[in-house]
Design a binder for this molecule. Sequence first.
Ligand SMILES: *Cc1c(COP(=O)(O)O)cnc(C)c1O
Length: 286
Amino acid sequence: MIEKPTIPLAEWPGLSNVKILRGDLIHPIVSGNKLYKLLPIIDKARSQNKSTLISVGGRYSNHLHALAWAGREFNFNTVGVVRGFSAQELTPTLMDCITWGMSIHFVDFQMYEQRYSPEFWQPWLDKYDRSFPIYEGGWSEEAIAGSKSWWRSIPSTTDVVICAIGSGSTFSGLLMSAPYNVEVIGVPVFKDPDQYTDLRSKITGVTGLNKSLPLWEGFAGRGFGKLSAEQKNFKVWFEGRTGIPLDPVYTAKAFYALHTQLALNPSLQNKNIVIMHSGGLQGNRT
Ligand SMILES: *Cc1c(COP(=O)(O)O)cnc(C)c1O
């Protein structure tokens, strides 16, 4: 097994009450939160005597990247069903996946839309013997439980923890296991036409929490992986000041959200805040 390290903290530029949890430093190859989510899923697959892990994602997917690496590390075959076309140039992400032994299959946009239905999965499960499906981003009870590991590295004096939301596993895990006096706030990074109703009901469904979810909305930028001009400027400023790289999908948006809220909301000045750097830097390569 992989040792779960204590993760270092860095200081936010000019603010001693705001700390950055350097999850990007967890591991040199599979940085960030994906490993915490995958390890318990892999344990479950092993306990069911499965030999192939199948999952889905985009061409820059941090999740597929970590899965391919973990499959090689823990002796599983891996299959990635990728939104895209085989005629497109391979991304560095997919090249790594292939190097680590993942079989890649491309599906088009419409097919990918079906990824939550059993009909989408059945042909892949039939094709690969003793295979185990993993939802997009690792969304599962196991991944949610695995995300509790972050608390080991969060100082006990913390009042507020902030993280980006993709599948919502990390946020759900943190919410469910938060000490009673710690507020966990999530920053959705994708635009949602329904005001995040689906996201909220998905998360309240698994966590069983029926209070309103603390989300900072309005920071999705121009769309998945696309930053607004303000977010771009912020990213350049932050990286220059701290030397800590951000990714355009998750961390640049979550960190910009905090930067904005710190200016808008004076009550945050008196709180001990930890923002999670959830990694994702492999996706920066082009
Ligand atoms: C996947 C990912 C997230 C989102 O985590 P979820 O548990 O899917 O919500 C955040 N940051 C990075 C860098 C990621 O790769």
